[in-house]
Every structure is written in structure tokens, then in C-alpha cells.
Design a protein around this ligand. Structure first.
Ligand SMILES: [Fe+2]
Ligand SMILES: [Fe+2]
Length: 273
């Protein structure tokens, strides 16, 4: 597994990357973000399998006692992996969720209700030197999902949207360096598989929602499961997402996919003697 490090993607805005295996030479990013403004914000808390690495990376860019906000985009496990540890190590942090997220995640973990602030899509969060805008991303796999837009840097956390595999750390930093065929195939598959409802969308209605997100005027887009998009790549990714409306669902890889995973995980026995 290639080593990954925190990477600045916009002023005082750091991608916290980790990778999961995605087949020979390919990896699935499991990212989060830190916005190190006057009131530092941790944006999502990674996956349980990366917990120790995640904590190490996050606290290499921000001191735990300086963290004022822990923003959870939604309650999926790959976004809540380091949550309890982060709450414990950041005593001055308030957890930013919405009501339904508390209801859902409260079935799995003991949430400190007195440290929670509910902020939903369409609302804003004042973090001292900037006001973060919460919005519903174009692609999402959980009903509680809210993305973040920072107007001071024009950087966006688009959560599970814009996912695709990468082959190395460069692909995490810049999605345009991912081999075109891998990007094309996995962007389509990932964005379809997490939001299979796209097949029933009216393209004209969906376009209005995607247009609204794009119209925020974003310069840098960070995805939880893909490389960072900048420049022309942003418009291209929004267009790929629009094209999913009414299009067929990417089928689940099924048993052959599982068999492939199993074969890749089998370790050859050590030679006798
Ligand atoms: Fe998710
Ligand atoms: Fe996710």
C-alpha cells in the first residue's frame, strides 16, 4: 500500500488521505479533511481500519486542543471511524451533525449530546474567520449527507460524490493524473453503486440540483473516495454525474467479484524447510 501524507489542497485546507486495496495496482481513497482556520474543523473521521493512521495524520496538521469543530457529513462507517477518539482528544470541539444523524449513529455509539450542534443542508456554520455552507451533494449514499463549501477558499467537500480509484499518491492530489480508463470506469461505477436511484431520475430535474452545487463557484473539490478535482476537471466531473440521470445502474460485481477479492488476499504458502 503506498504511503500517504496530509496534503494542502487550498489555503489552510488539508486532505487527510488513506487508501484501501482496489485490485492490482489500484486503490480506493478513504479521505477526510482538516480546515485550519481560526476555529479549526475536522471534516469526517475516516474508516475504522485506518483509525491509528488517521489520528496520526490529523494531529500532524492541527493540535487536538485547538480543534473547535468535528463535522460529520453522514453516519456511514467509513466517515465515523475515528469519531470517538477525536471527541476524546479534542475537548474543545463541538460535533456538527444533523438530527437524523444523531438518531442513526446513536444506535451504534454513545454520542455526547451536550457537545452536538445540528446544522443541515441549506444552513451555515460560522467557524470564526469563515462561514461554511452546507449543501446536499449530487451523489450520496446516506440520507443525512451534507457537503461543505468554504467561500473563503472556494474549496468543497463533496463527500461520496466524485469517487474513483487511484494508482498512487499523485492521483489523490490530482484526479487528472489517474489513468484515464481507470478514472472513467471507476468514477462511473462508484458514483452509480452508491446512488443507484440515479436510474429513476428525470435528467432535467436532476440537472437543476447539480447546477446549483456547481454554481457555488468551486475551485477545488475534495472527495472522500477520489482524487482532488481542480480546474476543468471539476466541470467534467459534474457533467459525468449529470449523465447518470436516467442511465442504467452499474451492476454489483457479485460472486465473481468476491472470488477475485479472495484470490487476491490469499498468501502463497512459505516454501518447506
Ligand atoms: Fe457514504
Ligand atoms: Fe464514504
Amino acid at each position: 500500500m503506498p504511503t500517504t501524507r496530509p496534503h494542502q489542497i487550498a489555503p489552510e485546507t488539508f486532505l487527510i488521505p488513506n487508501l484501501a486495496p482496489g485490485g492490482p495496482g489500484a486503490y480506493v481513497p478513504v479521505n477526510s479533511l482538516v480546515i485550519r482556520g481560526r476555529e479549526p474543523v475536522i471534516v469526517d473521521t475516516g474508516a475504522p481500519v485506518h483509525r491509528e493512521l488517521w489520528l496520526e495524520k490529523v494531529f500532524s496538521v492541527v493540535e487536538p486542543e485547538d480543534v473547535r469543530w468535528i463535522f460529520l457529513s453522514h453516519d456511514d462507517g467509513d466517515h465515523t471511524g475515528g469519531l470517538l477518539e477525536a471527541l476524546e482528544r479534542c475537548p474543545n470541539a463541538t460535533l456538527v451533525t444533523n438530527f437524523f444523524l444523531v438518531e442513526r449513529l446513536g444506535l451504534e455509539v454513545d454520542l455526547p449530546l451536550h457537545r452536538i450542534r445540528a446544522v443541515d443542508h441549506g444552513e451555515q456554520l460560522d467557524v470564526g474567520d469563515r462561514t461554511l455552507h452546507l449543501f446536499r451533494p449530487p451523489i450520496f449514499d446516506g440520507p443525512t449527507t451534507r457537503g461543505l463549501y468554504d467561500p473563503t477558499t472556494a474549496a468543497m467537500w463533496i463527500v461520496d460524490s466524485f469517487a474513483s480509484m487511484v494508482t498512487d499518491e499523485d492521483g489523490l492530489h490530482d484526479a487528472t493524473t489517474v489513468p484515464a480508463d481507470l478514472y472513467e470506469e471507476t468514477f462511473r461505477a462508484f458514483n452509480s453503486m452508491v446512488s443507484p436511484w440515479h436510474a429513476w431520475l428525470d435528467p432535467a430535474v436532476y440537472r437543476r440540483h447539480v447546477d446549483e452545487v456547481e454554481a457555488m463557484g468551486v475551485l477545488t473539490v475534495a472527495s472522500a473516495h477520489g482524487g482532488v478535482h481542480t480546474g476543468a476537471a471539476i466541470a467534467g466531473a459534474f457533467e459525468r454525474v449529470r449523465a447518470l440521470a436516467g442511465a442504467p445502474i452499474t451492476p454489483d460485481p457479485g460472486q465473481p467479484g468476491l472470488d477475485e477479492l479472495l484470490a487476491a488476499s490469499l498468501v502463497a504458502p512459505a516454501p518447506a524447510g
